[in-house]
Design a binder for this molecule. Structure first.
Ligand code: ADP
Ligand code: MG
Length: 278
């Protein structure tokens, strides 16, 4: 679905600054939920922007469903395949009501008005925000703004969602709700979901986790592999999920916990299975 070959990117190719992306070779498969983690400044946003052609490689190539982002005539179709949800929803809100906001992208593509109405209603239904249709987006709460941003993205019926820290700056309940919505949309619609997150609890729920460090992929695999490599995560300045960190401490205390624990429920289940020791 998404592919990079020898991808290097510099914001100032002539200026001698280090590459923001320094040799990335990746293949992201259709329908996969991939979490991108990494310290601040490691290149997560820069990488995401390459998949809908907002940025183009300094060297190498990025392919979206076989189309290269280096060819400007391909960009409109690439952007319909890959919808981007930006880190700060305020940068994305342009209209005076929620429904106009969600219709905006479709209008730009000159979709038939009747079809726009259908898709906007469908997207609002999916995000449980139909009651907010006539509301001004800038007056919504942070969680509601994110839902509008997700609705705007899925209204375009993309194959792939690129979500840049969609749940940052939300309270824990809204964060959980948004994460569950994204995950269920991904499954129900068969979307390829590429999600940058600095909550490793969220990464624990993905199919695959990519660790970026200084513009390179330094770990790539299922959460039970990447999130249990605590040495590597700590060296990159990250703390793993609570369950993975706690399981490691309990193992140090001699508890015979199985390997690969990254989610709270897995830790609880494993602890309950341990035989009481007298
Ligand atoms: N618009 C920009 N101009 C110049 N440098 C940038 C710009 N955006 C990001 N960078 C630099 O590129 C590197 C990667 O940034 P970014 O992709 O935003 O990282 P992350 O999303 O992982 O925090 C950082 O060193 C950052 O300072
Ligand atoms: Mg970022």
């Amino acid at each position: 679905m998404l592919k990079t070959r020898g991808l290097y990117f510099s914001y100032r190719p002539e200026g001698g600054t280090p590459f923001a992306l320094a040799g990335i070779d990746l293949e992201i498969y259709r329908g996969q939920h991939t979490a991108i983690i990494g310290p601040s400044g490691s290149g997560k946003t820069t990488l995401l922007k390459h998949f809908n052609g907002l940025l183009g490689p300094t060297r190498g190539e990025v392919l979206v469903s076989g189309r290269t982002t280096s060819c400007t005539s391909q960009l409109p179709s690439i952007r319909r395949i890959c919808a981007m949800i930006f880190q700060n929803p305020d940068n994305q809100l342009v209209a005076t009501t929620v429904e106009e906001e969600i219709a905006f992208g479709l209008e730009n593509y000159r979709v038939d008005p009747k079809k726009i109405r259908e898709q906007v209603d469908w997207a609002m239904g999916k995000l449980n925000i139909s009651h907010l249709a006539a509301y001004p987006p800038h007056l919504l709460s942070g969680g509601q703004k994110r839902k509008v941003a997700v609705a705007s993205a899925i209204a375009m019926q993309p194959q792939c969602l690129l979500a840049d820290e969609p749940s940052s700056m939300l309270d824990p309940d809204s964060r959980r709700e948004l994460q569950e919505l994204l995950r269920s949309l991904q499954r129900e619609l068969g979307l390829t979901l590429l999600q940058v997150t600095h909550y490793l609890e969220e990464a624990a729920l993905a199919d695959r986790v990519l660790l970026l460090d200084r513009g390179r992929v330094t770990a790539d695999g299922p959460p039970e592999k990447v999130l249990t490599d605590l040495g590597r995560l700590h060296a990159a300045g990250l703390t793993s999920s609570t369950a993975a960190e706690l399981a490691a401490l309990l193992r140090e205390e001699g508890l015979a916990l199985p390997a690969g624990i990254v989610q709270n429920q897995e830790l609880v289940d494993s602890l309950c299975l341990l035989k009481p020791s007298g």
